[in-house]
Design a protein around this ligand. Structure first.
Ligand SMILES: Cc1cc2nc3c(=O)[nH]c(=O)nc-3n(C[C@H](O)[C@H](O)[C@H](O)COP(=O)(O)O)c2cc1C
Length: 185
């Protein structure tokens, strides 16, 4: 069983990383292979809204902008479950998360129930600063994204600098439970 953990922060020593590692541990305890995809390192550019709005994404379900997107898209389709950890930036997903998931959504949401992610479980994690301002709008954005991708939401978790001492444990347990449930299907 393969779990992809998306980490969408430029920092490898921050809250996003801690949450991503917790997810990897939880997946491992439940017997899955888990891999972290560091989206900031993947050379994934913005959607170009090709051809007056829709490019190949609409009918061929692939992206015609050739860069790091294609390899991650393929990996995403082959995985059994997902954890998406994004820092909260201005109440939204980070830029690297938006860049990847905007393009993924165009390719996969256009398949409807045939999306490569359809029915697969996902945990969304919004990792914010001390204020936690905008954390709910970030979760809402993720929830809409998961719905477009036809994922099955296993959990949506918030963490701030104030809850940092106890939320990674919840992420570990949630990922473990997500994988355990997959094993029973
Ligand atoms: C550009 C930018 C915008 C941010 N906007 C918010 C915000 O809207 N709400 C919030 O609580 N924290 C905000 N933060 C703080 C980050 O969400 C927080 O520091 C997070 O833990 C960063 O993750 P990292 O430690 O993995 O880098 C922002 C940080 C940056 C760099």
């Amino acid at each position: 069983m393969e779990v992809l953990v998306f980490a969408a922060s430029p920092n490898k020593d921050g809250l996003t990383e801690e949450c991503a590692q917790a997810a990897v541990e939880g997946a491992g305890v439940a017997g899955a292979n888990a891999q972290i995809i560091y989206l900031n390192d993947k050379d994934i550019g913005l959607c170009q809204a090709c051809d007056r709005g829709w490019g190949k994404c609409r009918k061929e379900h692939s992206c015609q902008v050739e860069d790091g997107f294609q390899a991650v898209h393929e990996k995403t389709g082959n995985a059994d479950g997902y954890v998406v950890v994004t820092p909260v930036y201005f109440g939204q997903l980070s830029e690297s998360a938006k860049a990847y998931f905007d393009r993924l959504r165009r390719c996969e949401a256009t398949r409807g129930d045939e999306s490569a992610l359809a029915g697969k479980p996902v945990i969304g994690v919004a990792a914010a600063g001390g204020s936690g301002g905008g954390i709910t709008s970030c979760l809402e954005e993720m929830s809409r994204l998961f719905s477009h991708l036809r994922c099955s939401i296993a959990d949506m978790i918030t963490v701030t600098q104030k809850s940092r001492s106890y939320k990674p444990a919840a992420i570990r347990q949630a990922t473990q439970a997500m994988v355990a449930a997959l094993g029973k299907e």
